[in-house]
Design a protein. Sequence first.
Length: 96
Amino acid sequence: MTKFPGTNRKLPALMAANPVNYARIGKLSTAEALCAALHIMGFTSQARELLSPFRWCDTFFDLNKELLREYARAQNEGSVVRIEMEYGLEKSDTDV
C-alpha cells in the first residue's frame, strides 16, 4: 500500500442515516462523510446541499446535530477525543 506524506486524519464518530447502516456509528456513506467534513469546517449550507438529493438528509442532521455542533467548536484533536468520550463513542481496541 502506498503511504502518503502528511498527518493522518479521520472523521470523528458520527451516526449513519443511510438505510443500509442506519444509526451505526462510523458507517457513513461517502456522501455523509463529505457532508460531515464540510459541516465541521463551517460550510453548513454546502453540507446540507450535498445531502439534499437523499431522502434521509434531514435524518442525518437530526441524528448528529449535537455532535456536529460540538466537533465544529473543537480546537484540537484532544477536544474531539473528549467529545467522543462524553458521548460514549470512543472505540476500544476490540472494536472492528
